[in-house]
Write a new protein. Structure first.
Length: 242
């Protein structure tokens, strides 16, 4: 029961956050908002939320196997493209990293199709590959955001950077960093501790908790309420010199 409540809350938060981002994208037509909405819907709503329901209703069936892994792969691809285009648009290394991410996830998906089940839920080489890609992409995005945020914070204190933009970069680092930690904990439990993520209450709670924090941070970063924007603006103004 506790697991269902946690996953339900998490799923509702991801739907809300993605919906707000899609609304922003429809007005702005900017690629970052669309990519992050795809990330949240794919990894949060489909992979975790819908995946949990399907696994409980149709354990081991193809119906429960493919929507979650496809959602997660599409979401992670969107995040990798976002990180490349926003932080390293001219980097051949970053472009190559995105290509390797896509090839790795396709290989895992092919393995799932051949086996007829979601092998990422078991301690297999494909599962380890999938977890490593997910953690790596999330950690990469968090690191890029932190590297970008530090000089922005210094410029904000001098009155040379927008407090809202600076806060948005920090929220991005929190969202992706917290998600990376949650996935890493689950992966270690599965591959080192031998825990079945489908049957472990504490692993489900870890995913739900870290995912919920991540979804809220994404929402505040790209579609913040007016009250939050006023608070951030006021805080930034107080720190800036007269």
């Amino acid at each position: 029961m506790v697991t269902w409540v946690a996953v339900s809350i998490f799923t509702a938060l991801t739907v809300l956050a993605a919906g707000r981002l899609l609304a922003v994208w429809r007005r702005s037509h900017q690629l970052p908002e669309l990519l992050i909405a795809i990330l949240i819907l794919g990894v949060g709503t489909l992979a975790v939320g819908l995946g949990f329901v399907l696994q409980a209703a149709f354990p081991g069936s193809a119906v429960a196997t493919f929507p979650p892994i496809v959602g997660a792969d599409v979401g992670m691809t969107a995040l990798a493209i976002f990180t490349w285009q926003v932080y390293r648009p001219g980097s051949a290394v970053a472009k190559g990293a995105v290509g390797l991410v896509v090839l790795g996830m396709l290989a895992v998906l092919v393995d799932c199709v051949i086996e007829g089940r979601n092998v990422t839920l078991e301690s297999t080489p494909a599962s380890l590959t999938s977890s490593s890609i997910y953690v790596g992409v999330m950690a990469w995005s968090a690191l890029e955001a932190l590297l970008y945020w530090r000089p922005m914070r210094r410029r904000q204190r001098l009155g040379l950077a927008d407090p809202i933009v600076t806060n948005r970069v920090l929220l991005w680092a929190i969202a992706t960093g917290v998600a990376a930690i949650g996935i890493l904990i689950g992966a270690l439990a599965q591959h080192v501790g031998g825990v079945d993520p489908r049957e472990s209450l504490w692993v489900a709670l870890v995913y739900a908790l870290h995912g919920s924090v991540s979804a809220v941070a994404f929402w505040l970063a790209f579609a913040p309420p007016a009250s939050y924007r006023r608070w951030v603006s006021a805080s930034g103004t107080e720190k800036a010199p007269a």
